[in-house]
Design a protein around this ligand. Structure first.
Ligand code: SF4
Length: 279
């Protein structure tokens, strides 16, 4: 099949501040549909079968966590990957048989193309989509959309109170906003999981955080140690992250907002290519 790159789409006028419309993929995204039909064999992902791919669709974030592995912040530089690039990548993911996609960042909700990317993943029959979010920007419009399209949410928690949590996010009020986001998402019946990020044992009481999450009826959670990556590297150079062989061999990939391809989201030292230069 002759490969035709997807380089021309209409720009969605729907943004997160607008009321949620009932998305009709076939009518609303005809250029995307055509692109899916005409895009040829994959170039960026090799022939290995991948189960999951992390897409870092932005490095902008409204928080400024002390340990952020992706160095995200309000003032981060503009990403090189465009909406069309992400759509092309999703097409390749689908052709590679990838079953699970996680949109992450930065804060993925700050990418105004997120809605269209979710719809594209659905159209491509990717089994599950998850958004890794700080939860502070979730509103009814977004949650209605996510529920409608069966998208799950994952959150990071640093404490069971604002004093502890906000000490890591460095944004006053972020704890309350995240908790409000989780409660709202629960009301919509959205699947939720949480990661307790363990940064400073002397400040964070993990047992209390676990109890807090259970009280909030969050049944799916894990405890994850901060990695010496990104701002985490300056904080904890001794915790520099080295992927185990087993980790590298898992069937997963991460694509950064500049198109860099990694075999693990934390293994930034080992780049295996770039989606933009490969294309
Ligand atoms: S860790 Fe997550 S919430 Fe915190 S600055 Fe980085 S992307 Fe934003």
């Amino acid at each position: 099949m002759q490969r035709k790159k997807f380089d021309s789409v209409e720009t969605s006028k729907d943004r997160f501040c607008a009321p949620v419309r009932i998305f009709d993929f076939d009518n609303a995204c005809a250029p995307v549909r055509n692109a899916i039909a005409s895009y040829g064999s994959r170039k960026c992902l090799n022939k290995k079968k991948y189960d999951i791919i992390w897409l870092e669709i932005t490095n902008k974030c409204n928080l400024n966590c002390i340990h952020c592995y992706s160095n995200s912040s309000d003032s981060a530089h503009a990403p090189k990957m465009t909406r069309n690039d992400w759509i092309n990548l999703l097409i390749e993911c689908s052709e590679s048989g990838i079953r699970h996609v996680q949109f992450t960042g930065g804060e993925p909700i700050l990418n105004p193309d997120l809605f269209d990317l979710i719809l594209t993943a659905k159209k491509l029959n990717i089994e599950t989509t998850e958004i890794y979010t700080n939860g502070t920007l979730l509103n009814d419009n977004i949650l209605k959309f996510l529920k409608m399209h069966n998208v799950s949410l994952a959150f990071s928690i640093y404490g069971n109170n604002s004093q502890t949590h906000n000490a890591f996010t460095r944004v006053p009020g972020s704890f309350e906003q995240t908790i409000r986001g989780i409660i709202k998402a629960q009301r919509y019946g959205i699947n939720i999981r949480a990661s307790i990020i363990s940064i400073c044992e002397s400040i964070q009481n993990q047992d209390e955080i676990v109890r807090f999450l259970k009280q909030m009826n969050i049944r799916s959670f894990c405890i994850d140690r901060v990695k010496g990556v990104g701002r985490g590297n300056a904080l904890f150079p001794e915790k520099a992250f080295v992927c185990s062989k087993a980790c590298i061999n898992l069937n997963k990939k991460c694509i950064s907002c500049n198109g860099d391809i990694f075999s693990c989201i934390f293994h930034r030292e080992r780049k295996s290519g770039n989606f933009l230069s490969n294309n």
